[in-house]
Write a protein that binds this ligand. Sequence first.
Ligand code: C5P
Length: 407
Amino acid sequence: MTSLAGKTVLLIIGGGIAAYKAHELVRLLKTRGARVRIILTRAAEEFVTPLSLSSLSGEKVYTALFSLTDEVEMGHIQLSRAADLLVVAPATADLMAKMANGLADDLASTTLLATDKRILAAPAMNVRMWRHPATQRNVETLKRDGVVLVGPADGEMACGEFGPGRMAEPGEILDHIITMLQPRAQPLAGRKVVITAGPTREPIDPVRYISNHSSGKQGYAIARAAVELGAETVLISGPVSLAIPPGVQMMPVETAQDMLTACKGEMPADIAIFTAAVADWRVAGVAVDKLKKSAGKPPALSLAENPDILATIARGSPRPEIVVGFAAETERVTENAMEKLKKKGCDLILANDVSAGSGVFGGDRNKVHLISASGIENWPEMDKDEVGRRLMERLAHMLAPQQRAAE
Ligand code: C5P
C-alpha cells in the first residue's frame, strides 16, 4: 500500500449530489497517511457539513462563509501553496467553468487560480450539462492548462437520466492522486527539444495568404510531454488558436522561411521534432499593396518552393541527435512515410492518415505508425496528448546517455 505520509492534499468540494462521496475520499487519503485540508464551496455546504468533514480530516474546514476571517489567518495563496496537490471533487459544471475562465469570486475559485500546484478534477454533473458544448469547451481548456480529469463515469444519475456524468469512485480518484504525487522521472532534464507546429502562412499581399488546416494540437501535445519529462522545450509555431503550454519557450512565426530561421537559431538541440504543416510553396514576389479585383482578370500567382525545414536541419550541422518528422498521408500511408524517412534524412517518422473522414485534422485523437529504419510500429488510436507522451518517452530512451561534465 503506497503511503502518502508527508503529503498534503487540498480537497475542494463543489456543490453536487456527489459531494457525499468526498467523505470516503477523505477517509481513504487519511488511511494512506496524507494530510487533507478542505475547502467547501457555498453550494457544497448544502450537501455536506463542515463538521463531518472536519471530524474525518482532523483539520479545520474552510468555507466560503469564513473566507474573510481565514484570509487573515491563512491567505488563499498560502493554502494552495502549502499543498502538494489540489483535488476538485466533485468538479461541478459551474466550478469547471470558473476554472477554465480564470474567475475568482469565492475562496475555492480564488485558491484554484492562485495555485502553482497540479490539479486533479473529478467532474460530476447531469449528463446534458456534461455534453453541453460550453462544458466540453471548458474540459478542453482545462486539459490544455494541464488539469488532469478523472471520469465522469457512465451510469444512472440521481436525476434519473443515464449517461456520462457520475463522479469517479473515491478509490479511482485515490489511484490518480497516488500517481500524481509520485516523484516524476525527468529523463530529459538538461536536454533541449525543438518542436515545430501549426501551419505556416505565406503572404500573397498585405491582407491575403496561403495556409492550411493544421490545428497545431499534436505539436503542442508533444511540447507539453517534453516539458513534463524535464526538457528545455522550444516550440516554434505558426498561427494557431491554442494556449501556450506552461513551461515552453514559445517562438511564434508566420512563414516557412521564418520557421527555418528560427529552427537554425535554436541549434544545437538534442531532439528536433517537425510537426508543422509547412506550406510547400510561397508566392514569389509578394505584392506590396493589396491586389485589386479587376473584372474578369484574376491575378496569376507565381509560386516558389519553400525550403524543407526538416531536411535542412536533418542534414545540417550541428545535427540534433534525434530528428523526427511527420507524414500526413491520404494514401499508401506507411509506404510513403518509409520513402520520406530516407529522402529527408530523419531518424523517425510518425505517419498518420489525414484523409477526409479520419478526423485527425483539428481533432483530439490520432492513430499513428512509428517508422524507423528498423521497421514499422502501429500504435492504437489514442488522444494526441497520449501520442505526445509515448513519443517523448520513446525518444528519451533512444538518446545516448549524457556525457558527464568531468569526462
Ligand atoms: O514532405 P512533407 O510535407 O510530406 O513532409 C512532412 C514532414 O516534413 C513534416 O515533419 C513537416 O513538418 C516537415 N516539413 C518541413 N518543411 C517543409 C515541408 C515539410 O519541415 N517545407
